[in-house]
Ligand binder design. Structure first.
Ligand SMILES: Cc1cc2nc3c(=O)[nH]c(=O)nc-3n(C[C@H](O)[C@H](O)[C@H](O)COP(=O)(O)O)c2cc1C
Length: 315
């Protein structure tokens, strides 16, 4: 049996598959479809300091090749998360990652401080796509200085491994990844949703109430894969790929470009149980090719470009 275990940011993952934030609840609600024991890890929906009702409906629209969403970070806030959700996560037989979001640099650090002492949490993922209310509402992830400030604040508040989750909606994602690494991130998650919109020409109505929203799913895979690869080339910390992953082949593509793990999002909506089928299918594909360990595949992209991605062992 091929080994699927991988190391990422000091965490041992039984396989490289994690759920993506906001698409799988907090994880345990979905265990009848995909038990945690089939996964490397569960990433929670973004948690904020105060409860948030989110944006007005409609806030999800289907497109030809994926989803548009403008959920607006609906969640019950950190108090309810600490009290009601985390105690249950203690029984999750996989790595548990809490995704945090804020409107100010200080919000992120405060959230990290609240979570630091909780043993149920193995790592934090920082959702840098949140709008910065002190800086013209542009997402933190679009400015390397803001991204660095957020990660630095969180780093000072916790010793838990930190994933900095980046937005693809930037000119040079490598620059943002380097800023997050310099500020103390232990891994980069690449990427969050692409900015998109849809419209029904008959009614003239946009697909979602906010007109523009986050585009995800199959259609974004080439963009997200490119972003992940650019991050791999830009930093020495591990990169976790995310965007348009639905099949075992998709997962393996991200590993070949150098990611040490992946997160699966939109695909969970059409069939949450497929998350549980990915690892056995990957093992089968590796065995078919005579590859003993997933580690042997990571970063094996064959390119004639002068600058090669750093070898997997260097991260
Ligand atoms: C309905 C929905 C809600 C999401 N909520 C969050 C969230 O709360 N925090 C976050 O960091 N990303 C959130 N995301 C982004 C996903 O975690 C993921 O980065 C993105 O959808 C790309 O992956 P995918 O193509 O596999 O869905 C959400 C995505 C969707 C579709």
């Amino acid at each position: 049996m091929a080994s699927l275990a991988t190391n990422c940011a000091g965490l041992v993952l039984r396989n490289p598959i994690l759920s993506a934030s906001g698409t799988f609840g907090h994880g345990l609600e979905m265990q009848h479809f995909a038990p945690p024991s089939c996964l490397g890890g569960l990433v929670s929906k973004t948690v904020t300091l105060k409860p948030r009702h989110g944006n007005p409906h409609p806030r999800i629209a289907e497109t030809e090749a994926g989803l548009l969403n403008s959920i607006g970070l609906e969640n019950r806030g950190i108090e309810a998360y600490l009290r009601d959700v985390l105690p249950q996560m203690a029984s999750a037989d996989c790595v548990v990652v809490t995704n945090i979001g804020g409107e100010r640099v200080e919000d992120f650090a405060e959230l990290a401080a609240c979570l630091d002492a909780r043993p149920e949490v193995d790592a934090l993922e920082i959702n840098l796509s949140c709008p910065n209310v002190q800086g013209g509402k542009l997402p933190f992830s679009t400015d390397p200085r803001m991204a660095e400030a957020v990660v630095r604040g969180v780093r000072a508040a916790t010793r838990k491994p930190l994933f900095a989750k980046l937005s693809p909606n930037v000119t040079d994602i490598g620059e943002i990844a380097r800023a997050a690494e310099a500020a103390g991130a232990d891994a980069i998650t690449a990427v969050n949703t692409l900015l998109g919109m849809s419209v029904d020409w008959r009614t003239g109505k946009p697909g979602i109430n906010t007109v523009m929203g986050g585009y995800s799913g199959a259609g974004i895979k080439p963009v997200a894969l490119r972003c992940a690869w650019q991050c791999v080339r830009s930093v020495r910390i591990p990169v976790i790929g995310c965007g348009g992953i639905a099949t075992a082949h998709d997962v393996l593509e991200y590993l070949v470009v150098g990611c040490r793990a992946v997160e699966v999002g939109t695909a969970c909506f059409s069939d949450p149980s497929q998350l549980a089928r990915l690892a056995p299918e990957i093992a089968r594909l590796l065995e078919e090719r005579g590859i003993e360990s997933i580690e042997h595949l990571i970063g094996t992209l064959r390119t004639t470009l002068p600058v090669q991605p750093a070898p997997a062992g260097a991260r």
